[in-house]
Design a protein around this ligand. Structure first.
Ligand SMILES: Nc1ncnc2c1ncn2[C@@H]1O[C@H](COP(=O)(O)OP(=O)(O)OP(=O)(O)O)[C@@H](O)[C@H]1O
Length: 354
């Protein structure tokens, strides 16, 4: 049995509709009109001990809802979840001993108290033996460089400082699994990197299993060997980011700079009627964008160098950010990727780098 097993889970919310008009609010209070919202429709996956998995999807795809079901905060409307053999919503307390959770947009630290007081509270809640608590606090405070912050009230910390303290809080009871919901949101580049380095370390050295939601592709490139993408409550991809880059990053751009605008215009003329090549001209800069699996790069360059004399040539493949946004917008479609079984979630387990 895998450490985390999720089978066909579903989560449906009932929300009340706010009525329009003068007495709308009053009417809604007396006789509320309800509507159903399916946040998670049908998602299945399993995660083995020690894996580090990214859980991606556009806004509203159902990522946080899934994490809340995994932690037992929410009960699935359908399907089953087992974490270390436990059903989270039925064994919420026992489940909380094996998982740690960090919500980037919420705090589990008490705002007006010194950081250390919240840690003491967690020690009490999880019945952490003094020696274990001391050892973990010392070790993590050292690596996360938060020792000097422990006596400060949480509300006086910067976002980056608070996030490091939050991560420490989530690990004090030595959970086997860490759920991270946008742990680097709003942080600057240096703060993000510090957090990534720490998360990577606990996964590598302590074997803590990670499930991470993020909108920052650098988090995934740095931390996750496996990426799951969900959309509209369904899993649409399960495999490595590398596999996505190799198989789905089709767009390539050639940027050629000419001595002047006339030379650029002449060169652009060569491609104007070429199918599958989009031409953009700005003064003396010509940009050719095309699908590298359809159009031959060498042929495009040969034509360019035969007819014109560019001063500078650069080539750029679609960035991971752009690629993932395109997958969010267009999905993973049969026409572009013929090896996909349409209508089924894409499982490219062979693409997962171990
Ligand atoms: N308690 C709730 N009651 C009603 N609807 C909810 C509730 N929680 C979430 N939803 C809805 O469920 C859908 C999925 O929300 P969820 O927060 O899981 O998305 P997400 O993938 O985490 O998005 P984001 O990237 O914006 O954080 C959204 O349409 C959201 O409005």
């Amino acid at each position: 049995m895998s450490l985390i097993e999720v089978n066909h889970i579903q989560k449906v919310f009932q929300t009340s509709i706010r009525r329009e008009g003068r007495f709308g609010m009053l009417k809604s209070l007396i006789r509320p009109q309800m509507k159903t919202l399916t946040a998670v429709e049908d998602i299945s996956f399993s995660i083995e001990q020690g894996e580090s998995v990214a859980y991606l999807g556009p806004n509203g795809a159902g990522k946080s809802t899934t994490i809340k079901m995994l932690t037992g905060i929410l009960e699935p409307s359908g399907g089953t979840i087992r974490i270390g053999g436990l059903i989270p919503h039925k064994n919420r307390k026992r489940n909380s001993y094996q998982v740690g959770v960090v919500f980037g947009q919420r705090s589990q630290l008490l705002f007006d108290l010194p950081v250390k007081d919240s840690y003491e509270l967690l020690r009490y809640m999880y019945s952490i033996p003094h020696s274990v608590y001391r050892r973990n606090l010392d070790e993590f405070a050292d690596v996360l460089e938060v020792g000097h912050l422990l006596s400060r009230p949480v509300r006086t910390l910067s976002l980056g400082q608070r996030m490091r303290c939050e991560i420490l809080a989530a690990l004090l009871h030595e959970p086997e699994i860490l759920f991270l919901d946008e742990p680097t949101i709003g942080l600057d580049v240096v703060a993000k990197e510090r957090i990534r380095a720490f998360i990577e370390k606990i996964n590598r050295e302590k074997g803590v299993t990670l499930l991470l939601t993020t909108h920052d592709m650098n988090d995934i490139e740095r931390l996750c060997h496996r990426t799951m993408i969900i959309d509209k409550g369904h899993l649409i991809y399960d495999g490595s980011l590398q596999y996505i880059k190799e198989h789905f990053a089709t767009e390539r751009q050639i940027r050629a700079v000419f001595p002047d605008a006339v030379a650029a215009q002449l060169a652009a003329g060569v491609y104007m009627d070429m199918a599958g090549v989009s031409v953009r001209l700005e003064e003396q800069v010509l940009r050719l964008t095309y699908d590298q699996h359809v159009t031959d790069t060498a042929e495009l360059l040969r034509l360019l160098l035969q007819r014109a004399n560019p001063r500078d040539l650069t080539m750029q493949d679609e960035s991971v950010d752009a690629l993932i946004s395109r997958i969010y917008r267009e999905g993973i479609t049969e026409s572009k990727h013929p090896h996909r079984h349409i209508g089924e979630p894409l499982r490219v387990t062979g693409g997962v780098a171990q």
